[in-house]
Design a protein around this ligand. Structure first.
Ligand SMILES: N[C@@H](CCC(=O)N[C@@H](CSS)C(=O)NCC(=O)O)C(=O)O
Length: 297
């Protein structure tokens, strides 16, 4: 059975492995205090060490060509343990991704998904089976099983860097956008990992898995287009060879989301896309974060 942990709301997950403390000692916004990973029972479950020093982002965009999926590797290489996370890994490219992780001397702590994908099987389960201690992360709203279920407003720390969780439903009910932190020691410009909510000059379809063009329009306009205009946009897919965009570019040139909501809805109703070839295998597998054929670790 998977250990269900969740990242505690409103606290920074930044733990000191060498210190002990009680929950009442947790001081949010302290440079050296915690982040608590709490199981549903409410007792302390996991602590990750932190270190003084400046965070330094290592960032890699990795492509899986059969599903045109982007996987993102982020690490704090300013931290002695080089803690890393992987966003939207694909099962077919886990070997490649883990070779890179090994070469770079990174320690993967989280394998995260922006949502329950319908077109490929997540690599999360394989990563967990090959690297001890890795925790799977997905949204509570996805109704999927994972080690850590996150919600809007949570912060996910890796070393002294963090990702902010923004709920961006519409492509699926549980879609998230992960955004790099808004603090002076965090990367500038900010980076938004939008999953399938916002694609470069496009967006995720809204015709299955609880999709709603109304919700997607709201999500993008309230949670993504409100980010600083120079924020770099990294989607989960690109079918046209693009790799990155910015919020400003998409606000101006996105042929769907730069329009008013009624026009957007009409566009989405007329996409006429065939269902993804792998949908029947991918959705059930991704609802358990790729752990369907694997022992939980
Ligand atoms: N042909 C592909 C699936 C293509 C597809 O439907 N992509 C999705 C994201 S993955 S569920 C999508 O939202 N596309 C939006 C668009 O405008 O293309 C396959 O068979 O896997």
């Amino acid at each position: 059975m998977l250990p269900f942990l969740r990242i505690n709301r409103h606290f920074f997950v930044r733990s000191l492995s060498s210190l002990s403390f009680s929950p009442s000692e947790v001081r949010p916004f302290s440079k050296f205090l915690i982040h608590r990973l709490m199981p549903r029972s409410g007792t302390m479950a996991a602590r990750l060490s932190t270190a003084a020093g400046s965070p330094k982002l290592l960032f890699r965009q990795l492509f899986e060509k059969e599903s045109s999926t982007y996987t993102y590797l982020l690490a704090d290489v300013g931290h002695p343990e080089k803690p890393a996370l992987i966003v939207d890994p694909v099962d077919r490219t886990v070997d490649r991704d883990l070779s890179l992780v090994k070469e770079l001397g990174l320690k993967v702590i989280y394998a995260m998904n922006t949502h329950v994908h319908a077109d490929h099987i997540t690599g999360t389960g394989l990563i967990k089976s090959r690297v001890s201690g890795v925790k799977s992360v997905i949204s509570t709203a996805s109704n999927a099983k994972a080690d850590i279920l996150v919600e809007h407003g949570d912060k996910i720390y890796f070393g002294n860097l963090f990702l902010e969780v923004r709920a961006t439903p519409g492509h699926t009910l549980g879609c998230l956008t992960y955004v790099t932190g808004d603090e002076p020691d965090q990367p500038h410009p900010r980076m938004a990992f939008t999953g399938d909510a916002l694609l470069i000059r496009g967006c995720g379809r809204t015709d299955f898995q609880g999709g709603s063009s109304h919700k997607l329009y709201e999500s993008v306009h309230s949670q993504i287009f409100t980010l600083p205009k120079d924020t770099l946009l990294y989607p989960a897919h690109d079918y046209n060879g693009f790799t990155v965009s910015t919020i400003e570019e998409e606000m101006l040139y996105n042929p769907r989301l730069s329009k008013d909501e009624d026009t957007f809805k009409t566009i989405m109703e007329n996409l006429s896309l065939p269902y993804p070839k792998m949908i029947d295998a991918a959705v059930p597998a991704n609802l358990v974060c790729g752990m369907q054929d694997l022992p939980a670790n």
